[in-house]
Design a protein. Structure first.
Length: 237
């Protein structure tokens, strides 16, 4: 079962920061999951929420702030004062961290609230420019964007789902992918076992409990996203 560090090693460090990604880059795991938004001036930045309020000392929507304004924020102190020097990263800076590793990057387009025109093309173009095309997988709850990715066919893609769905594999095939990233509760429902039986590639988020991970392995899921990749790696090898 493959292991992805969810927002970097986010159980041990502030999420989506350089320190969290560097820790993940040191681990012999499959990959890392990151979240991207577009700034007011069209730059791709790595942060989970639409607003900066939760994980920085600032306020407001990412889409309403320039990269320069975002770079002035502290995005580590909310987790621990030890990380007060951490800054919001661009996607390009995350590519720098993983340039010399073999990790795959699951890039989640956070376009499920705001549409972010140009985000899909921006991510794909930057991945190509940096030589990451074959190491990137794009996922989103915005399935319109995933359909756009599929139609371009340069990179792999997955739909993200939260709720329990009927015939999720057939739905994914309509969009054009067989990769499905499902929530932990729905992983134990018929939708997931049916999808696996039909040939889906299924990853589960967010799995931080060893006992849940063991049950998922029995079901046959292909991988997990976890805040504690160190712990999962120690258990599953």
């Amino acid at each position: 079962m493959k292991i992805y560090a969810h927002r970097g090693c986010s159980g041990s460090y502030p999420e989506n920061t350089a320190v969290a990604f560097r820790a993940a880059a040191e681990l012999p795991i499959t990959g890392v999951e990151i979240d991207v938004h577009l700034t007011k001036d069209g730059q791709i930045v790595v942060i989970h929420d639409e607003k900066v309020n939760r994980t920085t000392n600032g306020k407001g929507y990412v889409k309403d702030l320039t990269l320069k304004e975002l770079k002035e924020l502290d995005c580590g102190s909310w987790y621990s004062e030890e990380w007060s020097d951490e800054k919001i990263l661009t996607l390009d800076e995350v590519f720098d961290i993983f340039q010399e590793t073999n990790h795959r990057l699951n890039i989640e387009l956070k376009s499920d609230v705001f549409p972010y025109d140009g985000l899909v093309d921006g991510v794909i173009d930057l991945a190509a420019k940096r030589g990451f095309t074959n190491r990137v997988l794009i996922s989103s709850f915005n399935h319109e964007d995933i359909q756009t990715v599929v139609q371009g066919k340069q990179v792999e893609s997955a739909i993200l789902t939260f709720e329990v769905m009927v015939d999720v594999y057939d739905y994914a095939r309509v969009i054009g992918t067989k990769r499905i990233n499902v929530s932990l509760p729905s992983a134990f429902r018929r939708m997931t076992t049916d999808a696996l039986r039909k040939g889906a590639i299924v990853y589960v988020y967010t799995v931080n409990d060893i006992s849940y991970a063991e049950e998922l392995q029995k079901i046959g899921v292909h991988g997990i996203f976890t805040d504690y990749p160190e712990k999962m790696l120690a258990h599953f090898g």
